[in-house]
Design a protein around this ligand. Sequence first.
Ligand code: GRG
Length: 309
Amino acid sequence: MKSQKAIRSLQRAGGLTSYLEERRKLVEKALARSLPAASVRPTTIHKAMRYSLLASGKRLRPILTLAAAEAVGVSAKDLTKILPAACAVELIHTYSLIHDDLPCMDDDNLRRGRPTSHKVFGEGVAVLAGDALLTRAFGLIAEIKPSRRYPLSMILEETATAAGSLQLIAGQIADLEAEGKKPTLSEVRFIHERKTAAMIVLSLRLGAMTANATPRQLKALTEFGGELGLAFQIIDDILDVTQSSERLGKSAGKDLKASKATYPSVIGLEASRKEANRLTKKAHAALGVLGSGSSRIAQIAGYLLGRES
Ligand code: GRG
């Protein structure tokens, strides 16, 4: 695997750091506009929604939505039309984090460097803030101006499937049921593909579909997302073991304590690193048909492999 130093110099060379920062700012502004102001009644729910959504997330998913659109030809100045889709995936992701942190699920105190929603607002409000973010996400989907090839009904159906009982919730329930057991590698993979990769695939597909990608381009980005999503979760598993809570902005070492289904617990740290590396290479290979348009998205995959938080 490339050294951290080599990865960082690669990023600097390609201007990835400033690209990510610019896209993050664009997303942050759109997210702030996507919800009612904290002063709108009932203020508690809007404060709670904004508290979790506007905390310091990496914004990986919405950035991937924008980057997928760029990879199939949308120019930087036209990205505003992709923002409703980008924000929708971030709202769904944030809802899932709030609910995952609840005492009846992972029971966590720290998220995005802050006390979790239920610690600040109480469990009832945290449940409702998650519900309201998920619901608002579908409101944002309705704001998408669909492209010629992909009607809004298709975008809606894909979003509902990725967030529903066959994908995100399937992964979460399998994760809950695997706790304290000794899952096989294929069971861990089942969880990771649904809990994490499905939302990453959705992020890319929404960007590509809104940008009228050709079927070949959409297929390539879908394959890329599947490999990247799994690699991303394996890295997340590794960081849980190797990094501090301070660095991650969430409780580190929890997977081991809660006997969670993770790659390191099944195949060990070194084999997990190798697997994340292998999947990232496969992800890069999937981008072949996109040509030079995909260079940014390929860089993002390399960056995620080398991330430390
Ligand atoms: C409650 C329906 C439901 C699902 C929960 C999101 C989730 C599923 C569980 C949270 C714990 C976890 C390990 C999820 C896998 C996805 C993941 C790595 C989330 C963290 O994503 P980042 O690192 O977080 O992109 P930020 O805060 O930067 O957005």
